[in-house]
Design a protein around this ligand. Structure first.
Ligand code: PLP
Length: 375
């Protein structure tokens, strides 16, 4: 593995819209360097507006948001949580924090997200062993909207609350309804590699006042303002800082513009092979709007995929394989899973190509020429 700074063109580096310093300066001048503060409130308002949610709690990571989502839904040690296997490890780690067990579900081929049919099969099968999962976590992987109607129907039919991991998908939508409103609790991430960054951060979204108040309390060491120092339960230090939120405010006004740019980058790669003999990808079906957080494709063979990664690396250009399915990780070995092979195929043949908002046209041309030169 090469050093990260070896690269000339990164996969998805942070991008600045130009107002970051202005906002940061104002935050510093206010001297509110602690968690909470005016920009945290403003950022929460913005996120509520974009996602059409009633409540938002800004946190210091997306992982913290998933952890609190499980906490507020009452997940405790020994519970079972259904989780999409084709996701980043942060989706499942908080299940382990709670001492609960993940049950991994494979993806469908169309959106690469949790397969609703397999989900229902799993729920029915688990009932035979008297296992009633406490929650379902699904992801919109690489910003591709999942089959939310089907997933939500199943969650309602079996009364298992659904957590939407929208960490990669801010700016994506389904029938003009923004991602982030399709979970009892939904979460966002503002890590450095995501569409919008606060240099590290996350948010929890919900329409349920009680859940939002619980999340806020737990994010702040369970400090009850009305009863100073009487921490009645174990809390966390998960609140977003005012400094981070000031960066978020500078970034968020560019969301639409940056998603457009990412979509154009994706479309340019797509043209490498219009006949689809080399590249396969997820399509935006009617009403579906992916944010194309990363430009991801399947290559006809693993050997060819590895050759492309190697050739790009030699030119100091970063590219990567797709996420390794979580049920294959040693840390989750032996956990229950319902597997059809789709996630494994994606892992075997997939590639993420440079997709940063700041990617120059000449740079993308160079990448495309390199890829075309490989047989
Ligand atoms: C980035 C990411 C997270 C975690 O977010 P952090 O802010 O990095 O903690 C969770 N789930 C998915 C799918 C992600 O890509």
């Amino acid at each position: 593995m090469q050093e990260a700074n070896h690269y000339r063109i990164f996969l998805s580096p942070p991008y600045q819209g130009g107002e970051e310093l202005k906002y940061l300066t104002k935050a510093l001048e206010s001297n509110w360097l602690a968690p909470g503060g005016i920009y945290v409130k403003q950022f929460e308002e913005k996120l509520k507006e974009i996602t059409n949610r009633k409540y938002c709690v800004a946190l210091n990571s997306g992982t913290a948001a998933i952890h609190l989502a499980l906490k507020v839904l009452g997940v405790s040690a020994g519970d079972y949580i259904i989780c999409q296997t084709f996701s980043f490890v942060a989706t499942a780690n908080p299940i382990a924090y709670q001492g609960a067990f993940p049950i991994f579900i494979d993806s469908e081929k169309e959106t690469w997200n949790m397969d609703p049919e397999l989900l229902e099969e799993a729920i029915i099968d688990l009932r035979k062993s008297n296992i009633r999962p406490k929650a379902i976590i699904y992801t919109h992987i690489y910003g591709n909207p999942a089959k939310v109607d089907e997933l939500i129907n199943i969650s309602e039919k079996y009364q298992i609350p659904i957590i939407e991991d929208a960490a990669e998908a801010l700016g994506a939508s389904i029938n003009k309804r923004s991602i982030g409103q399709f979970g009892v609790v939904s979460i966002l991430s503002f890590n450095g590699n995501k569409v919008i960054t606060t240099s590290g951060g996350g948010a929890l979204l919900t329409d349920d006042l009680y859940l939002s108040e619980r999340a806020l309390l737990l994010s702040n060491q369970a400090r009850d303002e009305k009863k100073p120092y009487s921490h009645v339960e174990v809390g966390y230090n998960y609140r977003m800082s005012n400094i981070s939120a000031s960066l978020g405010m500078a970034q968020i006004s560019h969301l639409g513009e940056w998603v457009n740019r990412k979509r154009r980058i994706f479309e340019t790669y797509q043209k490498i092979n219009a006949r689809r003999t080399i590249f396969y990808w997820t399509e935006d079906k009617l009403g579906i709007y992916s944010n194309r957080w990363l430009s991801v494709f399947l290559i006809e063979s693993m050997e060819k995929r590895d050759k492309i990664i190697e050739a790009l690396r030699n030119m100091r250009i970063e590219s990567r394989r797709l996420w390794q399915p979580l049920h294959l990780l040693a840390i989750f070995k032996g956990q229950k899973s319902y597997i059809s092979g789709v996630a494994n195929d994606l892992f075997t043949n997939g590639i993420c190509l440079p997709s940063g908002v700041g990617l120059k046209n000449e740079e993308q041309d160079e990448i495309i020429q390199l890829i075309k030169s490989i047989n």
